[in-house]
Design a protein around this ligand. Structure first.
Ligand SMILES: [Zn+2]
Ligand SMILES: [Zn+2]
Ligand SMILES: [Zn+2]
Length: 504
């Protein structure tokens, strides 16, 4: 009953330690049979512990290095209960949307079409998903030993929203012509799928666990139990599950913002410009909400997803959700929703007031988002927000366009060699339009010509210049629109594309 009330968020969660995970370091000298004692028992909120205490991770306590190598709870039956309550976990390879399902409603290894972005058979493969009761340093390991080959690092996902948005026209409040808001109390999901997303190999008999990516197969055979057991320290092995995920879910307060876009502005799920624009905007909105409400940074966090609609799959509807990080919720996201107008204006200020190139610790970066620093670009975030607020079409700045053009032209000359002619700023007469300046005009062997122009990442396939658009439509010279981020991040790929099209 208490568990149920806590889970539903009826009682304030912070008064109870249910979402806390402990890392146990045994004290074998003082342990009696069946009654282990501990030298250290540090603990963390489970969402954080899923990264910091994950199997294979080093945990430093009192200047000594311990290694997480077991799931463990001192409460009898707790670990096997966690195993029996396992669910199936599905995550989309394309857009990262995720959901858990009861075992009866699917099967391990199953691949479905993604309910968010629509990518075929990208949702899965389904894996076992277990809520860890606690973690331990195996008692037979030395205190400063760690596995010889440190596996690739693994981190838990951000908190993911499974629930669909409410239906059209129901329960939505307009913030701007393109932004609607809806408040909800729903479940968020945090999951660690292990290094290289390969999950963990788990001995269900004794609790030993290690990253599947680093697994030498030793858990299948006899091995030492992770906890002190003088009479019988060995585990026969044999009952091993491979590729399991560790995770937790919690109900909290969520402010869902639905963003509507129209051609040529598009946020196609799974594309880099989409990830950059939405990640940046989500971070700016979360910071803005904390500033407006006078909260500590991090008390509200945010993430995004494609809307679970046809518009979402086509890139014309995206969702950003702000949520209270305190399990059970503290009402902050509801307040942020009531002051949504102020929050979006403050977000625009955060994105515009800095003087850095793309992002820095003064505006968007923090220790918390350190794995996403390459996804934060305040210019693209601000361009998206101005479009959502004032319908201003995103246009790549002259300086960025010029720089991208020069970089690409130089690379084309270098890779194309003597048989390629590269002109910048050439003029072409376009019927009914007149002379149009072409940023890059390339001619290959046989006299084939192509025009290349730099576009804004949010309108990647459409040049903002009407003359260039007409050139592509009304002359025999094909136009390759290349968005500015692509030139910055994958220049060799862009160059190869242009050369291949010319017959190189
Ligand atoms: Zn997807
Ligand atoms: Zn075992
Ligand atoms: Zn900055």
């Amino acid at each position: 009953m208490l568990d149920r009330l806590l889970y539903k968020g009826v009682l304030p969660r912070y008064a109870f330690p249910t979402d806390v995970a402990t890392f146990y370091v045994f004290d074998p000298a003082n342990s009696r049979q069946g009654f282990p004692t501990f030298r250290f028992t540090p603990s963390q909120g489970l969402a954080v512990a899923l990264s910091q205490y994950a199997p294979g991770k080093e945990v430093w306590i009192a200047n000594k290095r311990y290694t997480s190598g077991a799931l463990y709870s001192p409460i009898k039956g707790e670990r096997s209960r966690a195993w029996h309550q396992k669910r199936l976990y599905y995550e989309c390879r394309n857009c990262r949307y995720a959901r858990t399902q009861p075992l009866a409603q699917g099967h391990r290894g199953e691949k479905l079409d993604c309910p968010a972005c629509g990518a075929r058979e990208a949702f899965g493969e389904a894996r076992y998903w277990v809520r860890p009761p606690g973690f331990a340093h195996p008692v037979s390991w030395d205190e400063d030993t760690s596995p010889d080959d440190q596996p690739a690092r693994s981190y838990a996902t951000r908190a993911k929203l499974e629930a669909p948005a409410p239906p059209e026209n129901a329960a939505w409040t307009m913030v701007t012509g393109r932004v609607r808001r809806h408040f909800m109390r729903e479940t968020l999901l945090v999951t660690n799928s292990g290094p290289r997303q390969e999950g963990y190999t788990y001995c269900t008999t004794c609790g030993r666990i290690e990253p599947t990516a680093a697994h030498g197969g030793e858990l299948s055979g006899p091995h030492r139990k992770p906890f002190p057991d003088d009479r019988d320290p060995g585990c026969p092995g044999g009952r091993v599950a491979k590729g399991i995920c560790l995770g937790m879910d919690f109900i909290t307060d969520i402010l869902l913002l639905s963003l509507r876009l129209d051609y040529p502005v598009r946020l196609a799920p799974g594309f880099l410009p989409t990830e950059i624009a939405l990640r940046t905007l989500a971070e700016a909105l979360a910071s803005a909400a904390c500033e407006v409400l006078g909260l500590e940074p991090g008390e509200i966090q945010a993430d995004f997803r494609a809307a679970l609609t046809e518009g979402g799959q086509n890139g014309y509807e995206a969702e950003i959700y702000l949520y209270d990080t305190l399990p059970g919720g503290a009402g902050f996201s509801r307040l942020a929703g009531e002051r949504a107008g102020e929050v979006v204006e403050r977000a625009l200020e955060i994105l515009s007031r800095c003087d850095c190139d793309v992002s820095c610790y003064k505006c968007l970066r923090s220790f918390k988002n350190k794995f996403e620093h390459d996804r934060l670009d305040r210019h693209i975030g601000a361009d998206l927000l101005r479009y959502l607020l004032h319908d201003t079409r995103p246009v790549v700045t002259q300086a960025r366009a010029d720089h991208a053009c020069a970089t690409l032209a130089e690379d084309l000359r270098r890779q194309g060699g003597a048989s390629l002619t590269v002109e910048t700023g050439a003029t072409i007469d376009v019927p009914t339009i007149g002379p149009v300046t072409v940023p890059i005009l390339v001619s290959g062997p046989g006299g084939h010509r192509r025009a290349v122009c730099i576009t804004h990442p949010l309108t990647a396939t459409t040049p903002s210049d009407a003359g260039l658009k007409a050139l592509g439509e009304l002359t025999p010279i094909p136009l390759d629109p290349v968005h500015e981020i692509k030139v910055r991040r994958s220049l060799p790929w862009v160059t190869r594309g242009v050369l291949t099209a010319l017959g190189f």
